[in-house]
Design a protein around this ligand. Structure first.
Ligand SMILES: [Fe+2]
Length: 400
């Protein structure tokens, strides 16, 4: 595959913060580069689409559109999590398209998709019926079509892997498994017991107006914490930040922002609002871990909880952002949980009101004729790590 940007330019962004420069600014806005990136990165990497507890019962399913592909994630009758295309193999209708609540005002709006519990999926168009594994089990008025074989017809299968409760899908059925590439992260975050935590208050922002990579960079780099967030971030200054080394075989990047006192929190009190997670050491209670499983999953881990974001590109200058908290199940039962959660959400909102407009302005600046390819600080060493990961994928796609 070809890229509209010469590889000799892209490769200048591979390396460490000591030598690499920023990616060519057009990677944040060029529609042709976006198409190249979807193919070179998103068609063969593990993409996080949700959490196991979102499909806890047989028949529970949700719809997602990672990199624009409509898919279904479902717990089948054997209680295993499966992923499949939502595209009906008959005429291309999406079997989970939500046709309820359509009126004259909204009938031209983008398709919405169903989530819930089902015994089967029935395409609303011609009523072809698929079981929870995606196998076609019924198709009206097809018996005279001699060449049609029901047994050979199904929704396209998509590879699934679960890591610590996170559900990943891969459009490449032959992709290497994800788990072995996450050993370093796994060993670092064992005490958070991520697989036992429960997702709380998931929210989706459909049209965030900046390139998906800007979101990743902003979440992961700690250089701006003591600057843009001066005041509210003072309990965890950037000066203490450090990142783990990354080898080309590593499937995650992560870093630590130690705090000045134990059990800090991203809210106006600077203190954790909930009991500390049960197995954390004192050192772990005195830092925040930021982790990235490229290209889509961001995880933050703090003394009393964790939070996760998925970043799903929807265009060269837009992405869909999903956000949720993770808490131990027993914490959901504590008195005043909802009130405390509201305070935590308001704390995060304070950060968002600084980060989001900054990212929107950066998108504008990166589209400017004066946009530059600068060097990085050690406090943002994760960005050239991410750039290196990307350039490796771009190279693989270019050199086949
Ligand atoms: Fe920030």
């Amino acid at each position: 595959m070809e890229t509209p940007i010469a590889f000799e330019e892209l490769v200048k962004s591979r390396g460490s913060y000591k030598d690499a420069v920023g990616l060519p600014p057009s990677v944040y806005s060029d529609p042709d580069f976006f198409a190249f990136e979807i193919e070179s990165v998103f068609s063969s990497e593990w993409l996080c689409v949700g959490r196991e507890e979102q499909v806890s019962e047989v028949g529970d399913f949700f719809s997602a559109t990672p990199a624009g592909e409509p898919i279904i994630v479902v717990r089948n009758s054997e209680s295993e999590i499966r992923a499949m295309s939502s595209v009906c193999p008959h005429r291309g209708m999406c079997v989970t398209a939500d046709l309820d609540g359509i009126d004259d005002q909204n009938m031209l709006e983008p398709t919405k998709f169903l989530s819930g519990n089902a015994r089967y999926f029935r395409c609303p168009y011609h009523w072809w019926v698929f079981n929870l594994d995606g196998q076609l089990t019924g198709a009206p008025e097809m018996k005279d079509t001699d060449c049609f074989v029901m047994e050979d017809t199904s929704l396209a299968k998509i590879a699934v892997e679960i890591w610590n409760g996170f559900i990943f899908v891969n459009f490449d059925q032959n992709a290497d498994p994800l788990g072995p590439s996450l050993i370093k992260l796994e060993n670092t975050v064992t005490n958070y017991n991520l697989s036992s935590l429960k997702t709380v208050d998931p929210a989706v922002i459909p049209d965030v107006p900046f390139n998906w990579k800007i979101m990743i960079e902003n979440f992961m780099e700690m250089y701006h914490n003591s600057r843009l967030h001066k005041g509210i971030h003072d309990w965890a200054p950037s000066s203490g930040a450090w990142y783990s080394d990354v080898e080309p075989t590593d499937g995650a990047m992560f870093g630590f922002n130690p705090s000045l006192e134990i059990d800090g929190g991203f809210n106006p009190s600077y203190k954790a609002l909930f009991p500390p997670l049960p197995n954390l050491s004192e050192e772990e209670r005195q830092r925040v871990v930021f982790a990235f499983i490229p290209p889509t999953l961001l995880i933050g881990m703090q003394a009393d909880s964790a939070f996760w974001f998925t970043v799903n590109p929807t265009g060269p200058e837009t992405h869909e952002l999903s956000m949720a908290y993770l808490f131990p199940e027993e914490v959901l039962e504590i008195p005043l949980f909802d009130e405390l959660l509201e305070a935590a959400i308001r704390g995060v909102g304070y950060f968002n009101r600084q980060d989001i407009p900054t990212n929107i302005a950066s998108q504008l600046g990166l589209s400017s004729r004066f946009a530059n390819r600068a060097h990085y600080s050690w406090q943002e060493a994760v960005i050239p790590q991410f750039n290196s990961w990307l350039v490796d994928r771009y190279e693989k796609s270019l050199k086949g």
